[in-house]
Write a protein that binds this ligand. Structure first.
Ligand code: XUL
Ligand code: CO
Length: 438
């Protein structure tokens, strides 16, 4: 338990005045907020790929961080060292969940049978590690975007053979998710999209994606997977047009193909802003459709415009996120830090600083969102804003019984409409500021 990060102590809550770099200032797992412990509001997860695999390589330069964990990369020893390091890391931070892609866990072999064998071996090892800890799997997924065979996507590929490989990977990843007790299974359609319509049959591709998802649902249920399937919307990157552009698009897709009973959304903050939305917008759209499932907790950089996957530091956005989550009655999933350290933050200490920042940001967000709810002025305002629908004519409209002629007659009797009540945006923003900083 003290092998890979020997200089880092177990991170504990010390309160907002603590200057200890390895302490939480806001995340106090046992503190009760709105009747629930903080750690129950905030089931945090570690993303295997960023934390244990990504080492800072970008398009212009190689790794800056050492993620070998004392073993040779590309070996099963390394795969096991990552498990050991990951568990030590999660235990030191009090993180109770992890998320994984199949190929985050083991090096992919040339022959899929050998990859599957390695996955069996590593998942046995992970299961052993899980025993006696309270660490669990939040969700699993298959990486169907890195291997060159997926250059035209997985479900959206033009190759029936590649489609079968996608099916095989999903089958295995579902089995692993069930074996590790995962609560969810994610589809992030990284390359499910296109670059140009000159070579693309969109209808064909979308129908094939839906077929693959249907097969996944039926296989998953047949092996005892009771959790949610999630779509993680993202508008672009790596493809120019991705089919799961945003929550509204993905929700429309699952409804169109009859997948809505089994699917919810996994909303990622950075993907929301790439789609030209706020994080809060994506959460709200999912929630009002009963599909707010899980969250990839990170943030982007609006000045850059690509998926920077930064650790969340923006308390305002975290507050608005928690406001939505509380109103939706919580998540079926959790908060997965799909986030990586900046390339120049390459030490093991930085790995901890990233998570401490993210966990404290969401803890603050939770505290402040609860205050906004208790304050009540925002909710009261929104309720009052629509109060004209409490009138006789308003109720008639809401009942669905009104006709266009009737409403037209009503308007003609009125002669002239009054202006709607003010939106009072600035006043409401000042309330939020006073709750945040008052
Ligand atoms: C990519 C992304 C993925 C998914 C899982 O932008 O967010 O890591 O979360 O495939
Ligand atoms: Co993500």
């Amino acid at each position: 338990m003290n092998t890979y990060f020997p200089d880092i102590p177990t991170v504990k809550y010390e309160g907002k005045d603590s200057k200890n770099p390895f302490a939480f200032r806001y995340y106090d797992p046992e503190r009760v907020i709105l009747g629930k412990k903080m750690k129950e509001h905030l089931p945090f997860a570690m993303a295997w790929w960023h934390n244990l695999c990504a080492a800072g390589t970008d398009m212009f330069g190689r790794d800056t961080a050492d993620k070998s964990f004392g073993a040779e990369k590309g070996t099963m020893e390394h795969a096991k060292a990552k498990v050991d390091a990951g568990f030590e890391f999660m235990q030191k931070l009090g993180i109770e969940y992890f998320c994984f892609h199949d190929v985050d866990l083991v090096p992919e072999a040339d022959d899929i049978n050998e990859t599957n064998r390695r996955l069996d071996e590593i998942s046995d090892y992970i299961l052993e590690k899980m025993n006696g800890t309270n660490i669990k799997c939040l969700w699993g997924t298959a990486n169907m975007f890195s291997n060159p065979r997926f250059m035209n996507g997985a479900g959206s590929t033009n190759s029936a053979e590649v489609y079968c490989f996608a099916a095989a990977q999903i089958k295995k990843a579902l089995e692993l998710t069930v074996k590790l007790g995962g609560k969810g299974y994610v589809f992030w359609g990284g390359r499910e999209g296109y670059e140009t319509l000159l070579n693309t049959d969109v209808k064909f591709e979308q129908e094939n994606i839906a077929r693959l998802m249907k097969m996944a649902v039926s296989y998953g249920r047949s092996i005892g997977f009771e959790g949610d399937f999630y779509i993680e919307p993202k508008p672009k990157e790596p493809m120019k047009h991705q089919y799961d552009f945003d929550a509204a698009t993905a929700i429309g897709f699952v409804k169109q193909y009859g997948l809505d009973k089994d699917f919810k959304m996994n909303i990622e903050a950075n993907h929301a802003t790439l789609a030209g939305h706020t994080f809060q917008h994506e959460l709200r759209i999912s929630a009002i459709n009963g599909m707010l499932g899980s969250i990839d907790a990170n943030q982007g950089d609006l000045l850059l415009g690509w998926d920077t996957d930064e650790f969340p530091s923006d308390v305002y956005n975290a507050t608005m996120c928690m406001y939505e989550v509380i109103k939706a009655g919580g998540l079926t999933g959790g908060f997965n830090f799909d986030a990586k350290n900046r390339r120049a933050s390459y030490t093991t200490e930085d790995m901890f600083h990233g998570f401490i920042l993210g966990m404290d940001t969401f803890a603050l967000g939770l505290i402040k969102a609860a205050k906004i709810m208790e304050d009540g002025r925002l909710d009261e305002f929104v309720k009052a804003k629509y109060s004209s629908f409490d009138s006789e004519i308003g109720r008639k409209i809401l009942s669905g019984d009104a006709t266009l002629e009737e409403l037209s007659d009503y308007a003609c009797t009125m002669k002239k409409a009054e202006l709607p009540g003010s939106g009072r945006q600035e006043y409401l923003e000042s309330i939020v500021n006073s709750v945040l900083f008052g």
